[in-house]
Design a protein around this ligand. Structure first.
Ligand code: LLP
Length: 433
């Protein structure tokens, strides 16, 4: 681990009590594994576009790294599109999702050829008007909710019976509507499904893809030609938060898909993927200093600088994101010694701001460091502004023969940024006559 080097090189220190670290080599390994997983289940020459769900880790250098490794961008807001553009991702490798696209967003996407997945019939009306008024090279598809179940985390489920995303396939009349919509519009050439996220099992994910593939076959049969030429299978691969292993693997998932939906892999369909968590989660670490080590009643508490501002997911849903914690001494060496049950608390002013509860670790001391593992996805993305805690910086690292090299990915938020983002330009807005 790069903790020792981070301390020695001053990436963390007195004025920098918390940072995010990203393992560049690990990210590249995952990107390569994703590409080869799908390359080995499709006939050669099948178009496969892998995109990264920007929402998971919205950091421009990360998008650039992935893009150079052959992975485009799935974007779901004008902000995410701006990040993808800043990273140099081309429109042909960009996919626009989101349930709330404005007319302006759609017009812009169609003008430059970004693929669009339509969420609902009213959005299709908007697209009809836009396609009618200006030709586009954008591949256009419709997102379908296969309603295969909520998985284990309701708030993150996109494929429950009543999810807000896409056209609910099993609702009365929906399938007929979809077939009619496609037959009337030869330019609709894609179907999109994303069942997620984290709480879904692989068979459930595969069932969702299967349902959409079955619909594609039905539409193509009715059309009498291969109108649907591409299926976008989304992301949703869960991550194991209990071990070092990258499980389940993209290869396992690709093999299961091929087993359960073989005809999707016979070369007639191009594929798009939109993985987020499974590409990045394992390669991020939050490193934070123990500011104080105290006890309260029978409880030992290490008060650190990592709380809700960097680990909102864990703080609010600890069962779903049970972060593994490692302990280091002040110089970044692994802490050893008898293990004691401790709470690892964050800096925010509410009692639930805990990175880990009743965790057995060598007793932490003031000035030690704790590392929260598996935080590469949906952690640096969720910045909570409560208590005006600064958003920490993020650094990428590569371990080579000459030691560990760090590069700044995102600078920490400065106090003047916090003031500006908290109305600092409008100090007298409520008091001026
Ligand atoms: N494609 C679409 C259309 C999505 O909505 C998502 C995630 C993905 C792809 C990527 O899914 P993944 O491979 O990362 O599971 N904020 C939550 C996660 C919500 C993800 C929603 N959509 C969290 O903190 O975990």
């Amino acid at each position: 681990m790069a903790v020792r080097a981070a301390v020695a090189q001053g990436v963390v220190g007195q004025d920098t009590p918390v940072v995010g670290l990203l393992d560049v080599t690990g990210i590249r390994r995952s990107a390569a594994a994703l590409r080869s997983a799908f390359a080995s289940v499709v006939p050669s020459g099948t178009p496969v576009l892998h995109t990264f769900a920007v929402k998971a880790t919205p950091l421009v250098p990360v998008l650039r790294l992935l893009y150079e490794d052959g992975i485009g961008a799935e974007v779901a807001s004008p902000g995410e599109l701006a990040l993808a553009r800043a990273a140099g991702v081309r429109p042909a490798q960009t996919v626009l999702d989101s349930p709330a696209k404005t007319s302006a967003e759609l017009r812009e996407a169609l003008a430059v050829g970004i693929a669009v997945n339509i969420d609902n019939p009213q959005e299709l009306d908007r697209i009809d008007a836009l396609v009618g008024s200006a030709p586009t090279t954008s591949p256009i598809g419709v997102r379908v909710n296969p309603q295969v179940g909520a998985g284990t985390i309701g708030a993150l489920s996109t494929a429950a019976a009543t999810s807000k995303f896409g056209v609910a396939l099993r609702d009365p009349g929906a399938r007929e509507w979809l077939v009619r919509a496609f037959l009337a519009r030869p330019w609709l050439t894609r179907l999109h499904v994303h069942s997620g996220s984290q709480g879904m099992s692989l068979p459930q994910l595969a069932e969702g893809v299967g349902a959409v593939h079955e619909l594609a076959e039905a539409i193509n049969a009715e059309a009498g030609r291969p109108q649907i030429d591409t299926v976008d299978i989304g992301g949703g691969l869960p991550v194991d938060f209990h071990s070092d292993e990258e499980l389940p693997t993209h290869a396992e998932y690709a093999r299961l898909l091929k087993e359960t939906v073989p005809a999707l892999f016979d070369g007639r369909y191009g594929l798009v993927t939109e993985f987020g968590r499974s590409l990045l989660a394992k390669h991020g670490t939050v490193l934070a200093r123990v500011e104080y080590a105290k006890s309260s009643g029978a409880r030992s508490i290490a008060v650190t600088h990592a709380g809700v501002q960097v680990a909102a997911r864990t703080v609010y849903a600890p069962e779903a994101w049970p972060l593994r914690i490692s302990a280091y001494d002040a110089s970044g060496r692994p802490r050893t010694g008898p293990e004691v049950e401790q709470d690892i608390a964050g800096p925010a002013c509410f009692a639930g701001d805990l990175l880990a509860a009743r965790r057995s670790l060598p007793l932490l001391e003031q000035g030690d460091w704790v590392a929260a593992l598996d935080t590469g996805a949906y952690f640096f993305a969720h910045h909570y502004t409560y208590n005006s805690l600064a958003r920490p910086g993020v650094h990428g690292f590569v371990a080579g023969t000459e030691g560990v090299r760090f590069a700044t990915v995102r600078a920490p938020q400065r106090l003047e940024d916090i003031v500006a983002e908290s109305g600092g330009a409008h100090t007298r807005a409520l008091t001026d006559e």
